[in-house]
Design a protein around this ligand. Structure first.
Ligand code: TRP
Length: 320
């Protein structure tokens, strides 16, 4: 099957190992197999905060992360919302295809509202999933690699595509979500891994920063190391991360450490992570903001060409 793959990230901070094993590694694989677009979702940053913040800085950092992990701009179109007006213009007809009740039912939106620190919920918070439908449909995306929290948005996208096709003309494919197969990594404190909680190892962190983060990681009182995700989630999480970096089974690593305790586990993990990230960090240090800018300029132009064609088709189908 020949897919058009589209996925993306909000440029709000550095990518970390959770992102890597959750979706980034998969992207590097997919770029060899399919036509692929990766979106720097810059307009989506203002859904859960009032202002975009250090947006240029965050975009540059995200681009450098992408290049460091091995996304190849010759194979992948990397682009940003704010540079593709025709994509954004799809939002208007798409919004006419969904009801306010449907917008209010989206579980991910509800969850984001519950965790938002904003004093008022903006209209964009309720409508960004439809904007995300435009992200996916502007290039007629058929495969969307995402985490579980994004599934409702892919559902909205299918709804929009189906209704457009029924009401006007068969313009859009119905995209499918693709969930990563890697187990969910927790943060180093045992909570949800998140860039804002300081419990994640950023891909661009230095070897020393990595060592400090792992040294402070939560473990438990049992000195004998075993892989027991049910009863020893923190230790199991560290073993799993070591396993992912080393390409080994966590049980086997646990057995090897045995009575060496948390100290030995942390030493092994630090070495494994730093070794694993070394080539990415090395590549990253050879790149600068100008490289990021260049990649984005070329990707934006390519994405825009695609968006112009789709918008024209949409206009035609609607009779404008
Ligand atoms: N909502 C996604 C996130 O927060 C980012 C995103 C924007 C996206 N548009 C997309 C993901 C389209 C997949 C497809 O991570």
């Amino acid at each position: 099957m020949n897919h058009t793959v589209l996925t993306g990230d909000r440029p709000t901070g550095p990518l970390h190992l959770g992102h890597y094993f959750g979706t980034l590694a998969n992207r590097v694989r997919l770029q060899e197999l399919h036509q692929m677009y990766v979106l720097v979702a810059d307009y989506q940053v203002i859904t859960d905060r009032d202002v975009p913040g250090r947006i240029q800085h965050n975009i540059t950092e995200l681009l450098l992360d992408y290049l460091a992990i091995g996304l190849d701009p010759a194979k992948v179109t990397i682009f940003q919302h704010s540079a593709v007006p025709e994509l954004n213009q799809l939002l208007l007809p798409f919004l006419s295809l969904v009801s306010v009740a449907e917008l209010k039912r989206n579980p991910t939106v509800k969850d984001e509202i519950a965790h938002s620190s904003q004093s008022a919920v903006s209209g964009l918070m309720f409508t960004y999933p439809v904007h995300q439908a435009a992200d996916i449909l502007f290039c007629k995306g058929t495969l969307v690699p995402v985490g579980k929290d994004q599934l409702p948005h892919v559902e909205v996208t299918r709804l929009v595509a189906r209704r457009f096709n029924e009401r006007y003309a068969p313009v859009f494919p119905l995209p499918e979500a693709m969930m990563g197969s890697a187990p969910l990594l927790k943060g180093l404190d045992g909570g949800k891994m998140s860039k804002s909680r300081g419990n994640a190892i950023a891909l661009k962190a230095t070897a020393d920063e990595t060592a400090a983060l792992i040294r402070a990681a939560r473990t438990d009182a049992d000195r004998h190391i075993t892989y027991d995700p049910e009863r020893r989630p923190e230790v199991a999480n560290l073993l799993m991360l070591a396993g992912l970096c080393l390409g080994r089974a966590p049980e086997e690593i646990a057995e090897e450490i045995g009575d060496g305790g948390a100290a030995r586990l942390k030493r092994l993990l630090t070495e494994a992570v730093n070794e694993f990230l070394h080539p990415m960090r090395k590549l990253r240090s050879s790149l600068d903001a100008a490289d990021a800018r260049e990649v984005l300029t070329a990707g934006n132009a390519r994405a825009r060409e695609r968006a112009v064609l789709t918008l024209e088709e949409v206009r035609q189908a609607m009779g404008f």
